[in-house]
Design a protein around this ligand. Structure first.
Ligand code: ADP
Length: 369
């Protein structure tokens, strides 16, 4: 039987990497509409599973998930490949991008209550909790099914937010304004960021719930609880095999899973007292503009590598997404959009970002030691 490709594999399949898989896959998720209008009056005309038309302009992406798509559909499209790549030793990353209120947070994490198993809204679980459930069940399956060798895994996680240009630790809110150390060549890290070892999916869920509760949120006209910071969850998965007879190491792999949920650059973010958050909006806009610049540079083969370096150093966000964009990782970018006519401008800007991201060529390799 032919081995399935990593992107199509289901849990339990014996998979092998396929060099023809795109290293940066761009997926559009259209949220259900708020406006009670006929579909053809909205901003988005979906014409096929991989293309849509907005404002007379046609866009093609690797996959379009329409308003009827479920959380499970999103997981199958971006989550399962990510787990498979990670277990095969590749760095993987999922990035959610879009206007406020388009479903970035819903898609990536889902409602907080849905993270807990057995909850009535469990079907609404986002990509992240599903991804870690599959990751740990695959780890346990591999450990149990391997007779001739002993497979060991070690996972550790961190969770940070970039708020007003500062890096804060979401797992320890007393750790604020953290600094990035190192450089692109030798690898950079965030100094003093909490790193928690996890052994079960429940451990990861606890970290996700804790971190998300510490994220800065505010209100906008579109959304009563809108994200005011960019957040990045990282899980490092290390695995090593010992041949049981000799107890000699036979191979060792390490991979990083990076999940980034970005704030939208929208007008009118309000704080708890209803005041405009001018400073936050300025910071979000600035960082997204630097990110857009980086994506444009990386997606254009004419730009020399020196330009890449300068663009990465432009902001904390671009610095921390070095592996995700243009680096050593298999990546899925989720462009979240609303089908409503009133959001057309923001929708077009998100789709243009996705269109540029599609051109980026990452160099993803297995991290074998
Ligand atoms: P963002 O993070 O982009 O600002 P949210 O994820 O907070 O947006 O979504 C805004 C609101 O819309 C939330 O109440 C969320 O539950 C709802 N929502 C978003 N996408 C969907 C979807 N695909 N199905 C059902 N509800 C959704």
């Amino acid at each position: 039987k032919e081995r399935p490709r990593l992107v199509d594999a289901l849990p339990g399949d014996d998979v092998s990497p396929d060099p023809s898989d795109p290293s940066v896959k761009v997926v559009v998720r259209v949220r259900p509409g708020n406006e009670q209008k006929r579909a053809d009056e909205g901003a988005v005309r979906k014409i096929s599973p991989d293309s849509l038309v907005v404002g007379g302009r046609s866009f093609t992406f690797h996959s379009i998930l329409g308003p009827e798509s479920t959380q499970e559909d999103v997981f199958k499209t971006v989550g399962i490949p990510s787990v498979n790549y990670s277990l095969a030793g590749f760095n993987t990353s999922i990035l959610s991008y879009g206007q406020t209120g388009t479903g970035k947070t819903y898609t990536m994490w889902g409602p907080a209550g849905a993270m807990v198993d057995g909850s009535s809204v469990n079907g609404e679980q986002g990509v992240a909790p599903r991804l870690f459930r599959m990751l740990f069940s695959e780890i346990h399956r591999k450990q149990e099914s391997s007779e001739e060798k002993q497979i060991n895994f070690q996972c550790r996680c961190s969770f940070l937010e970039i708020y007003n240009g500062q890096i804060n630790d979401l797992l320890d809110p007393t750790q604020r304004n953290l600094q990035i150390r190192g450089d692109a060549r030798n690898g950079s890290h965030v100094e003093n960021l909490t790193d928690e070892y996890v052994t079960t999916v429940e451990d990861v869920t606890q970290l996700l719930v804790k971190g998300l509760a510490n994220r800065k949120v505010g209100a906008t006209s579109m959304n009563s609880k809108s994200s005011r910071s960019h957040i990045i969850f990282t899980c490092i998965v290390e695995s090593w095999c010992k041949l049981s007879a000799s107890k000699c190491f036979s191979s060792s792999k390490t991979s990083k899973i990076i999940l980034a949920d970005l704030a939208g650059a929208d007008d009118g973010i309000l704080d708890a007292t209803g005041k405009q958050c001018v400073r936050e909006r300025r910071h979000i806009k600035k960082s997204l503009s630097k990110l857009g610049k980086l994506v444009n540079i990386l997606g254009d083969a004419e730009h020399p590598p020196e330009d890449h370096k300068v663009a990465y150093m432009g902001s904390c966000l671009t610095h921390l997404l070095q592996e995700t964009l243009g680096g050593n990782a298999k990546v899925a970018v989720i462009c979240a959009i609303s089908p409503d006519g009133g959001s057309r401008g923001g929708t077009l800007s998100t789709l243009r970002f996705g269109d540029r991201a599609k051109q980026i060529q990452n160099k993803a390799v297995v991290n074998e030691i």
